[in-house]
Design a protein. Sequence first.
Length: 120
Amino acid sequence: MVRYHSLVLLLIALGLPLSASAQINPLRGSKGTPLKAEDLTALNEATNRLLDRPQLAVGDKESWSTVNTGVAGTVTAANPVQKNGLACRKADYVINGPGSEPERRVSLTWCKTKDGWKTG
């Protein structure tokens, strides 16, 4: 649940359309194909693999792709930070749509809590 909530925040930051149950989109009308459920799953799994690395270093990267939609991307570890007493990590996302669609970029800060990683 925590990671799904974080994924919704990522979608909002990217300006991607969400499901009918969450039509909050401050960048409505941005170019690019909306991410499908399988894209979100692949992106989320890549984020989890990256953040859960025991020896995570700045510049470490996880790639993901979805064959059915042609969407792919990377999540790259940026600088570690402290926020509200929590160990946090910035992460940079690059998402490439199928064909000649423009690349989309967003950065998020993830903080390690007793319940797992949360955006901070």
